[in-house]
Design a protein around this ligand. Structure first.
Ligand code: CA
Length: 721
């Protein structure tokens, strides 16, 4: 056996890092202290496969584990080892971290917990006390995708824009920095990454009108080391760097007044071999390019993968997946690094399946496109021109230019979103949790920036789901979310596992020949990595969207996943988010092992609220105005056409809507601590009456529909924090 990567690094690092524990001593967990993760351990993560020390386990973020004790042969004996009930019932999107027997998770509202990874016993918890009012600024729920750990500290980004360092020993805050202008609608939902004693964090908010960036902070002190903006600012104020000067040449008009977008809210991946950070950049703000860059242009670095020098944040190269982005086709999706043999030659690649539906293989040393193929039927482009690296667009997709409705596949949820995909070096396959969803982009010719709500330049009311049962059935029939095993060299699917709905769980691949994935229908399952045959499944009572992971303690292998219903798909789509039926929302950590004998408490019944709308008193004009206002200010959280996906209240069933309480909530902010702030800045009493009239109309329509077809039942719910 040759010198391991860790051994080599230890030899190199021992001179400069007196504290680095190398060799056999590294196995002595007790001496190391909690969360004693450093460069040597992360680069050498394969030498201690029992731990899962960073978001994707290794810096390359393959979401792959070399552990083999749970295998295709014995996975049928997998049982629940322990579970832990969370104190929030909103979307749970975190992939747990496990270091030396301790599990660190983040939950909705940016809370952090440390659990004994063997027993599930709570060791400490940290609540950043995010003001509930911030919930309204989160397009896609108050979720958090994970923490980072480094040299005894745990780092979390919060919904209100803070980056916080917590003492891994006791859960006490060590430092906290505000990383965003809190007067603007920035949010943080992504997991921080730590590289060479710097904590890297991005942010979200491109639907509300912000300018995206990533920042690096000193891991020990919280002092900012560098910041890289992803889109240019006002040229009159001077550019931050040459990259911004270059990017500004691809914009027109006065984009900076609308923010521009380009938020980096998920993928931040470090490559120790090139010493580059790869940043996934988000969509334009607003989506409608006519509104933000009237004469067109590529609008760098929207929807791009940008390579930066890790030490300084200096621009190195970029690859833009969707020039002139107009469809919320972000390229923030997970980035995976691997070494592949392509056309007989070894290549250092990065791979991404962004929202736009293509699977990209890119040379990560220089940003050159190696190949790109669609992972599903897409309508906006027919392929990628390998000479230019640019998509071959369908001209009709440019609704901002044509001014006409564009019915697209995929829609804003994307062919793939934040859910981790997994790459197995053993099979050479990428396992992708895909979404099949369409959307009608209808430009709003009267668009003007809104002080509250979505700022995307589309008419959501015009695209709202109609009552026609045939149109509804057709719309729902195209909605799905298969798990796809993709050969990145041949650029083709090898097998698929169908799921009836999108937004299923992130994927874990293991050397035990297994692919694990939770799903929205409430099951956590294991599939054979070569052919997708289902080998095991356990009911989870509630959807499992998060990325699963695995670890080993005292010779036993465990697999962990979080449950909890929420996120983008549970909030805004309305009717389609209920495909497959109503769902319980239980925030919980589930951990499995071979022979596990723990049992969940009985699943609580799904609450049925009575649908008893009052008689209609609103005029047709009021209902029409209410529909438009609802689409603009309410639908993003409460669902298209007043159909809630089940995380936030379904207003058709709300007892408050017909009463004075509705005003207390919507105009006076009575429920602001849940995220339902006052909309008085944009609504007044007559407008409130119109919205009320529209909601009551929708309740009556639903009542009639239920009377006609019991199967069309929907999922009312009560507010939860
Ligand atoms: Ca977006």
């Amino acid at each position: 056996m040759g010198l391991s990567k860790t051994g080599w690094l230890c030899a190199g690092f021992a001179l400069s890092l007196a504290v680095a524990a190398c060799g056999p001593a590294q196995k002595d967990n007790a001496k190391r202290g909690p969360a004693a993760v450093d460069t040597a351990r992360l680069v050498g993560a394969d030498d201690e496969p029992g731990n899962w020390m960073s978001y994707g386990r290794t810096y390359g973020e393959q979401h792959y584990s070399p552990l083999t004790k749970i295998s295709a042969d014995n996975v049928k004996n997998l049982g629940l080892a322990w579970y832990f009930d969370l104190d929030t019932n909103r979307g749970q999107e975190a992939t747990p971290i496990v270091v030396d027997g301790v599990m660190y998770i983040s939950t909705a509202w940016s809370k952090v917990k440390a659990l004994d990874a063997k027993t599930g016993k709570l060791m400490w918890e940290f609540d950043p006390q995010v003001p509930g009012e911030w919930g309204v600024k989160a397009c896609c729920d108050v979720v958090n995708r994970g923490v980072a750990v480094w040299k005894g500290k745990v780092y979390v980004g919060t919904i209100d824009g803070r980056l916080i360092a917590i003492d891994a020993a006791n859960g006490k805050q060590i430092w906290s920095v505000v990383t965003t202008d809190q007067k603007q609608p920035y949010t943080i939902t992504g997991a921080p990454r730590v590289v060479k004693d710097k904590v890297i964090i991005g942010n979200g908010g491109a639907e509300y009108g912000v300018r995206g960036y990533v920042s690096a902070y000193d891991a020990a002190t919280g002092n900012m080391a560098w910041r890289f903006y992803t889109v240019p600012g006002d040229p009159a104020k001077g550019f931050e760097n040459k990259a911004m000067e270059m990017a500004a040449k691809t914009w027109t008009g006065e984009w900076w007044k609308l923010g521009g977008g380009g938020t980096a809210w998920d993928a931040i991946v470090y490559d120790p071999e090139t010493d580059y950070l790869y940043i996934g950049v988000g969509n334009g703000s607003p989506w409608n390019q006519r509104q933000r860059s009237p004469q067109g242009g590529d609008n760098l670095f929207l929807s791009s993968i940008v390579a930066l020098k890790a030490e300084t944040g200096e621009y190195v190269w970029h690859y833009q997946t969707t020039p002139g982005e107009s469809w919320d086709y972000t390229a923030v999706q997970p980035i995976v690094l691997a070494d592949l043999t392509i056309d007989g030659a070894p290549r250092k690649v990065l791979m991404q399946a962004p929202k736009n539906g293509f699977f990209y293989v890119i040379d990560r040393t220089n940003g050159k496109l190696i190949s790109a193929k669609p992972i599903q039927n897409i309508t906006w482009a027919t392929g990628v021109d390998m000479k230019t690296g640019r998509p071959i667009e369908n001209p009709a997709a440019r609704y901002a230019t044509t001014g006409k409705q564009w019915d697209a596949m995929p829609g804003p949820l994307g062919a793939h979103s934040w859910q981790p995909m997994a790459f197995s070096p053993k099979t050479g396959l990428m396992y992708i949790p895909t979404n099949e969803t369409g959307f009608s982009y209808i430009p709003d010719p009267n668009y003007k920036p809104e002080p509250m709500g979505f700022n995307v330049g589309l008419d959501f009311g015009a695209g709202s789901m109609p009552q026609d049962p045939k149109i509804k059935a057709a719309a729902l029939s195209g909605v799905a979310g298969p798990l796809v095993a993709w050969d990145p060299v041949a650029q083709k699917a090898v097998w698929k596992v169908p799921h009836s709905t999108p937004n299923n769980g992130g994927v874990l691949a293991t050397a035990g020949g297994l692919v694990f994935q939770g799903n929205v229908d409430g099951e956590f399952a294991a599939y054979r990595d070569t052919d997708g045959q289902k080998l095991w499944g356990a009911p989870t009572q509630s959807p499992a969207m998060s990325g699963s992971m695995t670890y080993e303690i005292d010779g036993e292998q465990y697999v962990a996943v979080l449950t909890g219903w929420g996120g983008a798909w549970a909030l805004s789509p309305g009717e389609p988010s209920l495909k497959g039926g109503k769902r319980r929302n239980i925030g919980r950590v589930l951990v499995y092992k071979i022979g596990g004998k723990a049992a969940l408490p009985p699943a609580p019944p799904v609450v049925e609220l009575p649908l008893t709308p009052p008689a209609e008193t609103a005029t047709e004009a009021q209902v029409a105005e209410g529909k438009s206002l609802y689409a603009k200010y309410c639908s993003v959280c409460h669902g298209d056409a007043v159909v809630s996906g089940g995380t936030l209240p379904d207003l058709r069933y709300s007892a408050a809507v017909p009463t004075e309480t509705f005003k207390a909530i919507v105009l006076d902010g009575a429920l602001k601590t849940t995220g339902m702030v006052s909309f008085a800045p944009v609504l007044d009493l007559p407008k409130l009456d119109s919205i009320r009239g529209y909601i009551i109309r929708r309740a009556h329509e639903t009542k009639a529909e239920l009377a006609n077809n019991a199967a069309a039942k929907v999922s009312p719910t009560t507010a939860a924090r």
